[in-house]
Design a protein around this ligand. Structure first.
Ligand code: 48F
Length: 255
C-alpha cells in the first residue's frame, strides 16, 4: 500500500513533466532561482538535477566553511526567500549557506516548480533549428555507463544552469555544428578567478544563446569565456531572476 502510493504519485508527476513550458538543467542557485520565479509567473517548469540533493555549489560555502557572501543588489531576493543575512563590509552581506540553499529548494518547490533529482540531461531535442526539449536518463545509468535508452521531455524553452561545465551548450555545439550567440560562436570556456568582474559578467552573459536555449549562472560565464568568482553568490541569484524574465518574455512571443 505504501509503495503503491509512492509509485502512483511519482508517475503522475512524471507524466506532467513530459511536456512543459520550461525545462531547467541543473539545481544550483541560478537554476533554482530561475525555477522559483518562473513558477511564480505561472509557467509550468521542471528542474532536473543529477545529484540526490539540489543546491549545486551553494551548500559548501568556501572550502566547506559554510558561509557565503552576497552583494547588496541581490538582498531583495534573499529577503523574498526569508533568508537571514548580516552586514559585513561595503555593500556585502554574510549568509549561512545551508540555510540559503535549503530555503531556495523549499521555496522553489512550494511555489510550484517540479524538482526531479537523480536525473541527468544527456542531450537536447532539436526541431526546426530550435531547441525544444531535453533527453533525460537516471543519473546512475550514466555513472554505471549502462547502455539504456532515454526518455524525451518537450519544452518551449530550455535553461542550461549546469555551472562550470556548461554541459547542455557543449552537447548542442558538439553534436550539431551550429553557431551559438557567444564571442566565437562556440563554447569559449571559463577563465580564471576575477571576483567582481565575474559577478558583473554573470548577469550580462545571462541570455538566449541559441533559439530555445538560455544560459544562467556560471554556465553563462563559461559559454562566453568570462571569469569565475568563487563563494560570492549575488550574481547567481540575479542571473536566475534575469533569465526567468527573458524566458517568460520569449514564451509570451510564441504563437
Ligand atoms: O554549479 P552550480 O552550483 O551552478 P550555478 O547556479 O552556481 C555556481 C555556483 O554554485 C559556484 C560559483 C559561485 O558563485 O561559481 O560554482 O551556476 O550547479 C550546477 C548543478 O547542475 C547539475 C550539477 O550536479 C549541479 O548541482 N548538473 C550539471 N550537469 C547536469 C546537471 C546534467 N547534465 N543533468 C542534470 N544536472
Amino acid at each position: 500500500m505504501i509503495s503503491k502510493g509512492i509509485v502512483d504519485s511519482y508517475f503522475e508527476k512524471f507524466k506532467k513533466i513530459l511536456n512543459v513550458d520550461v525545462a531547467i538543467v541543473g539545481g544550483g542557485p541560478s537554476g533554482l532561482v530561475a525555477a522559483y520565479y518562473l513558477a511564480k509567473n505561472k509557467q509550468n517548469v521542471v528542474l532536473f538535477e543529477r545529484k540526490l540533493a539540489p543546491g549545486g555549489g551553494m551548500w559548501g560555502g568556501a572550502m566547506m566553511f559554510n558561509d557565503i557572501i552576497v552583494q547588496h543588489d541581490a538582498i531583495p531576493i534573499v529577503q523574498e526567500l526569508g533568508i537571514s543575512f548580516k552586514p559585513y563590509d561595503k555593500g556585502l552581506y554574510i549568509i549561512d549557506s545551508v540555510q540559503a540553499t535549503s530555503a531556495l529548494i523549499y521555496h522553489t518547490s512550494k511555489t510550484g516548480a517540479t524538482l526531479m533529482n537523480c536525473i541527468s540531461v544527456e542531450d537536447v531535442v532539436l526541431h526546426d533549428d530550435k531547441v525544444n526539449g531535453v533527453v533525460i536518463n537516471w543519473a546512475p545509468v550514466h555513472r554505471e555507463k549502462m547502455h539504456v535508452d532515454p526518455v524525451v521531455v518537450i519544452a518551449k524553452a530550455v535553461l542550461d544552469a549546469t555551472g562550470h561545465d556548461c554541459e547542455v551548450a557543449r552537447i548542442l555545439e558538439r553534436k550539431n555544428g551550429i553557431k551559438l550567440d557567444t564571442p566565437t560562436g562556440n563554447v569559449v570556456g571559463e577563465r580564471s578567478m576575477c571576483v567582481f568582474e565575474a559577478e558583473r559578467t554573470t548577469i550580462e552573459n545571462t541570455k538566449e544563446i541559441f533559439p530555445g536555449l538560455f544560459v544562467s549562472g556560471m554556465a553563462a560565464n563559461g559559454v562566453n569565456g568570462s571569469f569565475r568568482m568563487g563563494p560570492i553568490f549575488g550574481g547567481m541569484l540575479l542571473s536566475g531572476k534575469k533569465v526567468s524574465e527573458a524566458i517568460s518574455y520569449s514564451i509570451s512571443q510564441l504563437v
